[in-house]
Design a binder for this molecule. Sequence first.
Ligand code: SF4
Length: 236
Amino acid sequence: MNELAALEAALVDCRRCPRLVAWREEVARVKRAAFRDETYWGRPVPGFGPADARLLIVGLAPAAHGANRTGRMFTGDRSGDVLYAALHAVGLASQPTSTHIGDGLELFGTRITAPVHCAPPDNKPTPTERITCGTWLDREFDVLTEVRSVVVLGAFGWNALLAVLSRSGWSVLKPRPAFGHGARLALTKSGREIELFGCYHVSQQNTFTGRLTPAMLESVLVNAAQAAALESGATH
Ligand code: SF4
């Protein structure tokens, strides 16, 4: 088993956050009516994408009836519909849809993860839960040695990621820069460099209102892919 597979195998058995363990399992037991015939994943959701990814996409946490149901990041919900359509449009995904593990979807040079791996009530992990789960993201960063660009979806993810990176020795500008769509921030650690790209979250709250359009999302992905020296089928 390679290092990333070993990390993922350990992650999916994690039960460090009692509140989140109870919630993810309760949601998986009660289910949403539309999915009552499905078996929910109901466990920590590992990152999705190859170990040699140069571009990392960081959200916040799995959705209760999306990734907590399907077991794959941003899979099976409206946010994921928007994200994967954009990834496909710029040549970073093999198909525009992501419905379930085994649907044939592949990411090219790109991986999606989160600073919190279990679905939280109201999509709001506590500060303690973010710190606890941040150790997994820290380890994932160490294993993903090829990552050069990180697209961060939303202010919660931005702050959570910066806290993780700061704790693990990455040099972060002080005062910590505020999240913004289009914000860019370079970080270094032991001679390694990465660049963060801020992007509004792909939640319905943003995409239904037009705050985040497909063109805006694709533009950030293209910029991040170019910074990571990653080929994309960019149209922007
Ligand atoms: S949120 Fe993270 S640390 Fe907490 S139980 Fe889930 S995987 Fe473990």
